[in-house]
Design a protein around this ligand. Sequence first.
Ligand code: UFG
Length: 334
Amino acid sequence: MTVVVLGGAGYIGSHTVDRLVSKGYDVAVIDNLITGHRASVNPKARFYQGDIRDRAFLDEVFDQETSIEGIIHFAAFSIVPESMSNPLKYFDNNTGGMITLLKAMKDHDIKRIIFSSTAATYGEPKQIPIKETDPQVPTNPYGESKLAMEKIMHWSDVAYGVKFVALRYFNVAGAKADGSIGEDHHPETHLIPIILQVAAGERDGLKIFGTDYPTKDGTNVRDYVHVVDLADAHILALEYLKDGHDSDAFNLGSSTGFSNKEILEAARKATGQPIPAEDAPRRAGDPSTLIAASDKARKVLGWKPQYDDVEEIIKTAWNWKQTHPKGYNDRGEA
Ligand code: UFG
């Protein structure tokens, strides 16, 4: 039986492929390599380059991979500010891609999908920690595109029996402990990799977006999960559906919040670098605090994250950064 990973050459996808392979699963990867990196894909996985919006391409792969036990779907755009200026790009690739995918799954009798959803589907939370049953009112097209995908999966389950698990991620960070794969975005917009670019001397300093939020030190508070722990949750979710359970949604977070200034301090300790930083205006669309209630994933899926120390998480990202100063170096840049 084969697991097909869509977007398996991306940051979270490549770590999930690696974990699947290490646990003995047979894995095939689909990625269009727009943001993914071919070199990040474990060589034991079969690789198909193509786009999930291309129905003929999907049919070809699903004809070739004859015994697919489930799909894990990471193939989406995920930059919030970009989604604000170019929403149709997000609805086309993310939401549109899901429709094409589910039609192909239905026709090829593939009955399970694990989906990379997001805390951005909740929007500005009314209460902290955020529970899975809380209202989902996105404040940007990225979150809206993913909420629509959750709803489309729900109705496809009702009508065609395609079971799904939606995993709503909070803030993902870190890299595989041996530093062989890691995070490499162009452009980079996330806090921890940007801090590490400053630590490595590639940027002059960190700009802290907003210091007047109603939080402990005025900066935004986020809930960080290590990428390998996140990857393992996908495998548990697949096994959960294989055990015959019904479709469901789970938050994936640590249930602990760190402010941006606390992350900066932890990164100074993890790297031993001074990491200069300056206060800057708020970034549009940033919710003040996002912390997950993640006991459901622990109880129901049996998820046991191995990393509970944000400094340790940062150390794994720093290890990747130091061993791969130019990332995968496959973008033709100097
Ligand atoms: N930040 C800075 N300076 C920077 C970059 C980021 O101060 O140079 C701040 C942001 O303003 C925010 C915090 O660091 O307060 C975290 O920002 P990220 O961009 O790293 O992450 P977000 O919390 O904005 O977004 C992440 C994912 C989204 C997802 C969201 C849901 O990237 O895809 O979590 O929780 F939707």
